[in-house]
Design a protein around this ligand. Structure first.
Ligand SMILES: C[S@@+](CC[C@H](N)C(=O)[O-])C[C@H]1O[C@@H](n2cnc3c(N)ncnc32)[C@H](O)[C@@H]1O
Length: 239
């Protein structure tokens, strides 16, 4: 009896899903089907992360220990806030563990970022805008950050080369931001889409950081050009 009722419920939700899919464009159908099958989407729902990208940062941080309790972190392109959730936990910025030093997390996005305990958010702010930098300096203890994270991405136009260039330019602007807020020895983790300008960015990063790695976490879809540069041991340029 219980089994029959369960089967009925499954059939009902499958029919509802098919109906939902029917009203979508083919591209939307592909996206929805992929989301429904994605284990990271399921895991993010189960673990209350705001989106699946949390697992990319978790994986990178588990391997390279970028975030430490007490650190100050700037999260660029933070909406909806999954990376900030990870950062808040890892740097103890909500003070959850009273035994550990308490860190700071400041998230910035063009979009609204819903409230998160332990984080300050600059919603409707452009990371590349100097007025945002001024506000950021006020929010960071001693106006300094140990880590800059960036999962920023422009709205994809569909033209690969153009999107690649746009994101690379945004990453270059993070090097200017680093000059203002990143403390010597600090780290920068930034997303880019692979393409012809990636090497130029890597060279620029290598000129101001002690070491630069290219990362492709398992949670990053295999068929996407998404990669991350992890640059460590910042050397502030002397003027
Ligand atoms: C892939 S999402 C980030 C997801 C986020 N890491 C998370 O875990 O919730 C990329 C974000 O970059 C933001 N973005 C793009 N350009 C930006 C800019 N110039 N300044 C601030 N945010 C920007 C977008 O609004 C978008 O929310």
């Amino acid at each position: 009896m219980w089994c029959v009722s369960l089967q009925r419920r499954c059939l009902h939700s499958t029919l509802r899903l098919m109906k939902k899919l029917k009203s979508k464009t083919p591209a939307e159908q592909r996206w929805l089907t992929r989301q429904l099958k994605d284990p990271y989407v399921k895991a993010s729902q189960a673990q209350n992360f705001r989106c699946r990208s949390a697992f990319k940062l978790l994986e990178i941080d588990d391997k390279f220990r970028v975030l430490k309790p007490g650190d100050s972190v700037v999260d660029c392109g933070a909406a909806p806030g999954a990376w900030s959730q990870v950062a808040v936990h890892r740097v103890n910025s909500a003070g959850t563990d009273p035994e550990l030093p308490r860190g700071t997390v400041v998230g910035i996005d063009l979009l609204n970022i819903p409230h998160l305990d332990g984080a300050h958010f600059l919603s409707s702010h452009d990371v590349t805008d100097p007025t945002t930098h001024a506000k950021l300096l006020e929010l960071l203890p001693n106006s300094q950050a140990h880590v800059i994270l960036s999962d920023m991405a422009p709205n994809a136009s569909g033209f690969k080369e153009m999107d690649h260039e746009k994101l690379i330019m945004m990453c270059f602007s993070l090097i200017d931001l680093a000059e203002k807020v990143l403390q010597p020895g600090g780290s920068l983790l930034c997303k880019y889409w692979d393409g012809i300008l990636a090497q130029k960015l890597q060279e620029k990063l290598s000129s101001v950081f002690g070491g630069v790695r290219i990362l492709k976490p398992n949670a990053s879809r295999k068929d996407s050009a998404e990669r991350y540069f992890l640059a460590r041991m910042y050397r502030k340029p002397v003027k």
